[in-house]
Design a protein around this ligand. Structure first.
Ligand code: ADP
Ligand code: ZN
Length: 438
């Protein structure tokens, strides 16, 4: 099913010079704005830098970084640059990596946010007149409301289903016939599983595009979801500290996620040296939002690892730089017997084999002096009922495939269908019982 390419906003198609001149001007304004935040005022004073020193985009390299720890140390609202009366909304990070942190939005921030969400939704095929089912959690999490207001801006009608209650999700999908679905890739898997278990005919749904994001997923997972759900899928990226979803998103050509460069300056740096890595090489994304009022940020270290796509035009006509999928967070990276492994590599390996489901759980411990890595993998219902005699062969094959993807030996523990926890939001795929390093 081919989707039509259309552009929402002409600022997605500016020349490099035009983009950079917007970025420089907005960066200067941002540096001016953060002088209202004691944390930044102090840092800039120490560095002896002011707005007048920003003469080109590359001057961003002289500016200080902001980390999650800085946010925690200024908890709850120490990084706010406007009085609280100017705030129209608060959100919080979902707390994947510890205590939640709060973020705040002024009226302008909310308008800008829905604008950027509208752009990526439109670029992926959402249109006025479409109906969208939002199966993201609504609440402190930025996903639900972020997508909601972007869809509203486009003029799509919204079914605010929220996450969970899979049976009811299907009632809505079948009776209200939305063309668009918004959820995490993990929840898309759960919907597929439910549809297959309950023998719900695909023809009873009217889905055309699923906008998936908020956690890492792989190209293999895209094929799996597109094939089973018979939809186009579009990836989109964001994080609450910077604004929420909307930093970047895929157009219908799936050439990487277009970065909304008039709103964000995105650097890709070596996480150790903090020097830029060349385009095409994996690094940590460091993001400076350029227009935010309530909680401006300078060079936020996302810990997300991705690369900037090497300079090549996208057939859609947008001129913005594109970023790859997020390979993982540096916080997610496991070091097993000295080798760096991302859970997404295990996912890629498992999706090569049709006798298992993509639900898995990595369990690590260290019974003696060596790490023990086990991955629990669910057999597919068909394999479980017909081919149990081939279990040993399946286990050996999977162990080999996983080794080829990760470089290390995982012992595969084949478990019964439905025995691994299902998630309605972001999945948790690792239990690490190893003693903490001192
Ligand atoms: P938390 O940090 O508590 O999870 P958020 O809900 O703001 O808070 O999550 C943002 C994080 O989710 C990002 O930093 C990134 O790690 C992950 N993420 C968001 N979108 C994607 C995506 N499309 N692909 C991979 N990871 C994503
Ligand atoms: Zn494109």
């Amino acid at each position: 099913m081919k989707l039509e390419n259309k552009i929402w906003d002409k600022s997605e198609c500016l020349s490099r010079d035009e983009i950079e001149s917007i970025q420089v001007q907005r960066l200067r304004e941002t540096v001016k704005r953060v002088q209202n935040v004691p944390f930044y005022a102090k840092k800039f004073k120490e560095l002896g830098i002011g707005p007048e020193d920003i003469k080109s985009v590359s001057d961003v390299k002289h500016l200080p970084f902001t980390t999650k720890t800085d946010m925690r140390e200024n908890y709850p609202l120490g990084l706010m640059a406007v009085p609280k009366e100017k705030v129209l909304r608060f959100h919080g990070s979902s707390g994947t990596t510890g205590k939640p942190t709060f973020v705040a939005y002024t009226k302008n921030d909310l308008e800008m946010w829905s604008d950027m969400v509208a752009r990526f939704l439109y670029s992926g095929g959402a249109r006025p007149g479409h109906t969208a089912q939002i199966s993201f959690g609504y609440g402190l999490f930025t996903g639900g409301f972020g997508l909601h207001y972007g869809l509203e801006k486009i003029g799509s009608s919204i079914i605010p289903a929220a996450s969970g209650n899979t049976r009811r999700q299907f009632t809505l999908l079948q009776d209200l016939k939305p063309e668009l679905l918004v959820c995490t890739p993990t929840y898309a898997l759960r919907l597929i599983e439910y549809m297959e278990d309950e023998k719900i005919p695909r023809e009873s749904l009217n889905l055309k595009v699923a906008f998936l994001g908020s956690e890492p997923w792989t190209e293999e997972m895209r094929l799996y979801i597109e094939d089973r759900l018979q939809v186009n899928t579009c990836n989109n990226y964001g994080l609450s500290e910077v604004i929420g979803p909307g930093i970047s998103g895929e157009c219908v050509y799936h050439t990487g996620m277009h970065i909304q460069e008039d709103y964000f300056l995105v650097e890709c740096l070596d996480p150790k040296t903090l020097e830029p890595v060349p385009e095409g090489e994996l690094g940590e994304l460091v993001i400076t939002p350029l227009n935010k009022e309530a909680m401006p940020m300078i060079r936020y270290r996302t810990r997300d690892l991705a690369y900037i796509v090497k300079d090549s035009p996208c057939p859609c006509g947008r001129t913005t730089k594109r970023m790859s999928r997020i390979k993982g967070r540096s916080d997610d990276m496991l070091i097993i017997r000295g080798v760096n492994v991302f859970p997404s590599q295990v996912e890629e390996a498992l999706l090569q084999c049709k006798d298992v489901t993509p639900n898995f759980l990595i369990v690590l411990d260290r019974p003696g002096s060596l790490d023990r890595s086990v991955v629990q993998v669910e057999m597919s219902p068909a394999f479980f009922s017909d081919k149990m005699s081939e279990m040993q062969m399946l286990k050996t094959n999977l162990e080999e495939t996983i080794r080829s993807y990760t470089g290390i030996h995982f012992e595969v523990d084949l478990v019964q269908p439905q025995s691994i926890e299902r998630f309605t939001g972001k999945a948790a795929r690792v239990i690490d019982n190893r003693p903490k390093e001192k």
